[in-house]
Design a protein around this ligand. Structure first.
Ligand SMILES: *[C@@H]1O[C@H](CO)[C@@H](O)[C@H](O)[C@H]1NC(C)=O
Length: 335
C-alpha cells in the first residue's frame, strides 16, 4: 500500500504537468535543420508541436522523440482529398502510417482558418468531405481512437463575441461549421481554434485596454451574467465555446491550436509586450476559462521561430519564441 501511494505520488505530478505546445512554422530561409529544431524542442521541454507543411524531414526527426504532433493538411490539398477517397488513403499512408508509432500523432488538422469571408473561401466546400475521407483512412488503419481528425478555425468566424455568451458563428459561417461540429461530436474529436488577443486588441484599441489583452488587468473587466473576465484570451475562447454550443457542440472541447504576440512591426508589437503575453499565457492555461473552469487548456504557442519569408503584415515575421540562430527571444519556461 505504502509503495503504491509512493508510486502514485511520483507519477501524478508527471501526468498533471502537461507542457504547452509550440507551432513549428518553417517559412524562413535561415532556419535550423529539422533535426536541430526537434532537439531544441526537447532541450526546452516542449512536449507538443504543430506542423503545417508535411515536411518529411521533420517527421523523420520526430521519430522516437515522444513529442506529440498536430499534423496539418494544407488548404491546397483539401480539394483532392475531399473528392478522392483513395487520395486520402495515400495521404494517410505517406504522412502518418509511414511514421506511426515512432511519431506520436495527436491530431490531424484538416485545413487551417478556412473562412467564407476571406481569401480561403474557395476551400469551404472541401473541408468536411476531406475530414471524412481522412477519418475513413485513419479508421481503416484502426487509429481513430489515437489520432483525432479535426480542423483549425479562428475567431473571425465568430460574431457578437462581446460579451462572450453572445458568441455566434456568422450567418454564412454557421452552415459551414454546423456539420463540422456534428462530425467532431460524433467522433469525439476536439475543435482546434487559433485565438489571438493581439489581433483583437489591435483591431479595437479604443475599446480594448492593453492590460486586458496581456493578462495584466488588475481585476474583472467584463461581467457576463455569472462569468467574470479579466483577460481577453478567456473572453475570445469562451465566445468560440458559445458559438460552438449554439450549433450542437455542447461538451465539445476546444484546443487552442495557435496563440502568440509579435515583438516587432506594428502597434503594441514590442519585446516587452510579447514577453509579458507568452509568460502569462503559459501560466494561465494551466487552468480553464470561466465557462470551462478547472481543466488545463491545451494550447500551442505561435511560433517557434521568427519566419523571414512570411507574407502580409510585417508583424507576421516576428512571432517567434526563438531567433533562427536558436537563441531564445524571451525568458520563458515551457513546462
Ligand atoms: C506595449 O504596447 C503599447 C501600445 O502600443 C505601447 O505603448 C507600450 O510602450 C508597449 N509596452 C512595452 C513595455 O513595450
Amino acid at each position: 500500500m505504502v509503495s503504491i501511494l509512493l508510486l502514485l505520488g511520483l507519477l501524478l505530478p508527471a501526468i498533471g504537468a502537461q507542457s504547452v505546445g509550440v507551432c513549428n512554422g518553417r517559412l524562413g530561409d535561415n532556419l535550423p535543420s529539422e533535426q536541430e529544431v526537434v532537439d531544441l524542442y526537447r532541450a526546452n521541454g516542449i512536449g507538443r508541436m504543430r506542423i503545417y507543411d508535411l515536411n518529411q524531414a521533420t517527421l523523420q526527426a520526430l521519430r522516437g522523440s515522444n513529442i506529440e504532433l498536430i499534423l496539418d493538411v494544407p488548404n491546397s490539398d483539401l480539394q483532392t482529398l475531399a473528392s478522392d477517397a483513395s487520395a486520402a488513403t495515400q495521404w494517410v499512408q505517406n504522412n502518418v502510417r509511414n511514421y506511426f508509432p515512432d511519431v506520436k500523432f495527436r491530431y490531424i488538422s484538416v485545413g487551417n482558418e478556412v473562412d467564407p469571408n476571406s481569401g480561403t473561401a474557395q476551400f469551404v466546400p472541401f473541408v468536411l468531405p476531406a475530414m471524412q475521407n481522412i477519418y475513413k483512412a485513419i479508421a481503416a488503419a484502426g487509429l481513430q481512437d489515437q489520432i483525432k481528425v479535426s480542423t483549425a478555425t479562428y475567431s473571425a468566424l465568430v460574431s457578437d463575441s462581446y460579451p462572450p455568451s453572445q458568441g455566434n458563428f456568422k450567418d454564412n459561417a454557421r452552415s459551414f461549421m454546423e456539420p463540422i461540429i456534428g462530425f467532431l461530436v460524433n467522433n469525439r474529436s476536439p475543435l482546434l481554434a487559433n485565438i489571438y488577443p493581439y489581433f483583437g486588441y489591435i483591431g479595437d484599441p479604443v475599446n480594448i485596454q492593453l492590460p486586458y489583452a496581456l493578462f495584466t488587468a488588475p481585476g474583472v473587466v467584463v461581467e457576463d451574467n455569472s462569468y467574470q473576465y479579466s483577460n481577453l484570451f478567456d473572453a475570445m475562447l469562451d465566445a468560440m465555446y458559445s458559438a460552438v454550443e449554439k450549433v450542437g457542440g455542447q461538451g465539445l472541447e476546444i484546443v487552442v491550436s495557435e496563440s502568440g504576440w509579435p515583438s516587432e512591426g506594428g502597434n503594441a508589437a514590442t519585446m516587452d509586450n510579447a514577453s509579458t503575453y507568452y509568460r502569462n499565457l503559459i501560466n494561465h492555461v494551466k487552468g480553464g476559462t470561466p465557462k470551462k473552469p478547472g481543466n488545463a487548456i491545451e494550447t500551442y504557442l505561435f511560433a517557434m521561430f521568427d519566419e523571414n519569408l512570411k507574407p502580409n503584415a510585417e508583424t507576421e515575421k516576428h512571432f517567434g519564441l526563438f531567433y533562427p540562430n536558436k537563441q531564445p527571444k524571451y525568458q520563458v519556461t515551457f513546462n
